[in-house]
Design a protein around this ligand. Structure first.
Ligand code: TMP
Ligand code: ZN
Length: 416
C-alpha cells in the first residue's frame, strides 16, 4: 500500500474494485485490443482523513485530445452554474479577474464572464478547450500548477478568485494546484471548489462515484486540513444536490476572511458521523458488495425471463458499475447517451454499444438501467413516453429499485 498523496501517512484500504478501464475511456471496436486497464482501489489516510485513490492513473492518459465529457449536457447543471456564478460575484470585487480550472467547454465560464469580470479558463483537454475558445471564452489548454500560475500572473495579473467544479478532486498533484492558487490570488482572493461529497457517497452507497478521474473524495474535515497545509483556511461550505451530492468549499488565505459558522457545523457533524475515522468505511465496502449482488440478481432474473434491458446515459460512473458487476452486452443491449461524440463508440471494459436517445425511443427496451441517477428528475420528464408505455426504470443508488419512474436519492436536507 502506498502513502497518502498529500501527507505521506500510511493509508487504510477502504475498497478494492480490481482491474478497471478508464471511466471516460469510451472507445471504437478497433481499439479494444489496446485498451488500458489498472487496479482501482480507494484508501483513507488516518493522519489527514483524506479518502483517495491508492494509485492514480497518469493524468495524461485521462485528459487528452479526445476527452469525451462535455459539461453542457444537462439543463439542470446549466442552471446550477448560473447560480454559482452569482454567488461568486458576491465574494469578489465588482471589477474582477476570475480563473476557472477545468473550464471544459465554457459552461460555467460563460456565466462568469461579464463586462466587469474578466475570465480565463484553464483546461488540459485540447478538444473541449477549443470549443470554449470558439465561443469567445479565453482558454489556456494546459495543466494548472505553480508554473502555469506564474505565467497567468505575468500575462493577466493577479486573480480575485479561482474556481473549479469537479476539478480539485481530479488532480493527484493537488498540493501544487493549491500552491499555484496561492501565487495567482490577491490577498483577499478566494478559491471556490465544488466536488462530490464523500458523506453522500457513503450515505447512498454511491460507489459508482469512484473511478480513475476522482483521485480524492473530500469531506469538510479533509479539505480544511489540506487547505491549512498550503496557507489557506476553509471559510465557507455549502451543500448542493448536484452530481449526486456535492459540497462547495470556499478557501481564503489564512487570516484574510471571516469564517462562516457553517464550517464549524459541518466539521462537528462529520466527527459525529465518523466521517473523520477511516475504519468506519468498512461498512461502505459491505454495502457496496451487497448492492452489486442485488443489481446482478435483478438484471439476470429479467434476462432469464426474456426481458430486453438497455442502459441510460454512458456516464463515467457507469464504467465502475458495469465493470465491477460484470455486466456486458449479453445483459444490456446498448447504452443510450445524448452526447454525439459518444454515440457509435463502446463502453469501456465491457464494450456495450452506445446509441442515441432517438434510438432509445424508437427501439425502446422493456427496462432501462439509469446510470445518470443524479439527473433522474430531468430524464424522467424527458422520457415520459417510456414510463407511459409501461416500461420500467432500474436504479441502484441508494438501493436497487425497479419502478415506473426512476428513484433517486434525496440528500439536500441533511447538509444544507
Ligand atoms: P454526468 O453529468 O452524471 O457525468 O453524466 C453525463 C452523461 O449523461 C453524458 O454522457 C450525457 C448523459 N445524459 C444523457 O444521455 N441524457 C440526459 O438527459 C442527461 C442529463 C445526461
Ligand atoms: Zn494524509
Amino acid at each position: 500500500m502506498s502513502g497518502c498523496l498529500v501527507c505521506g501517512g500510511i493509508t487504510h484500504e477502504v475498497m478494492s474494485f480490481g482491474r478497471m478501464p478508464l471511466g471516460n475511456g469510451f472507445l471504437r471496436a478497433s481499439d479494444f485490443a489496446e485498451e488500458y486497464f489498472w487496479n482501482l482501489s480507494v484508501v483513507c489516510c488516518p493522519r489527514c482523513s483524506l479518502v483517495q485513490l491508492n494509485d492514480p492513473v497518469d493524468k495524461h492518459r485521462m485528459f487528452s485530445a479526445n476527452y469525451a465529457f462535455f459539461s453542457s449536457t444537462s439543463t439542470r447543471m446549466a442552471a446550477h452554474f448560473q447560480r454559482l456564478a452569482e454567488s461568486l460575484r458576491q465574494v469578489v470585487p465588482e471589477k474582477s479577474f476570475v480563473v476557472e480550472l477545468g473550464s471544459n467547454d465554457g459552461s460555467l465560464l460563460q456565466h462568469l464572464s461579464t463586462r466587469r469580470t474578466r475570465v480565463l479558463g484553464v483546461d488540459p483537454s485540447t478538444n473541449v478547450a477549443a470549443v470554449a475558445a470558439d465561443r469567445g471564452l479565453p482558454t489556456l489548454a494546459r495543466f494548472f500548477d505553480e508554473s502555469c500560475a506564474r505565467d497567468i500572473v505575468a500575462e493577466h495579473g493577479h486573480a480575485d478568485a479561482v474556481v473549479g467544479t469537479n476539478v480539485f478532486c481530479h488532480v493527484p498533484n493537488i498540493g501544487s494546484v493549491l500552491e499555484g492558487c496561492d501565487l495567482l490570488l490577491r490577498r483577499h482572493g478566494v478559491v471556490m471548489l465544488e466536488d462530490p461529497y464523500w458523506g453522500d457517497i457513503v450515505d447512498n452507497t454511491a460507489y459508482d462515484q469512484i473511478y480513475d478521474e476522482h483521485a480524492f473524495y473530500f469531506t469538510g474535515t479533509s479539505v480544511s486540513r489540506l487547505a491549512s497545509c498550503h496557507g489557506f483556511e476553509l471559510i465557507d461550505v455549502r451543500h448542493f444536490d448536484v452530481h449526486g451530492g456535492s459540497m462547495r468549499y470556499v478557501l481564503g488565505k489564512a487570516g484574510a476572511h471571516a469564517v462562516s459558522d457553517r464550517v464549524e457545523g459541518l466539521l462537528a457533524r462529520e466527527a459525529a458521523l465518523g466521517l473523520t475515522e477511516c475504519h468506519t468505511f468498512d461498512e461502505f465496502r459491505a454495502h457496496t458488495e451487497l448492492s452489486r449482488a442485488r443489481l446482478l440478481d435483478v438484471v439476470q432474473d429479467l434476462r432469464r425471463n426474456g426481458a430486453r434491458i438497455a442502459g441510460y446515459a454512458a456516464t463515467s460512473k457507469s464504467t465502475t458499475v458495469l465493470n465491477y458487476c460484470g455486466i456486458g452486452p449479453d445483459v444490456l443491449e446498448y447504452v443510450s447517451d445524448s452526447t454525439p461524440a459518444k454515440q457509435r463508440l463502446y463502453t469501456p471494459g465491457v464494450h456495450i454499444p452506445i446509441r442515441s436517445p432517438e434510438h432509445f425511443r424508437t427501439d425502446a427496451p422493456h427496462f432501462a438501467l439509469l446510470f445518470a441517477w443524479n439527473h433522474a428528475a430531468e430524464i424522467s420528464e424527458k422520457e415520459k413516453a417510456f414510463t407511459e408505455a409501461g416500461r420500467r426504470w432500474i436504479t441502484y443508488v441508494p438501493r436497487v429499485v425497479v419502478a415506473p419512474v426512476p428513484v433517486a436519492p434525496g440528500h439536500a436536507l441533511a447538509y444544507s
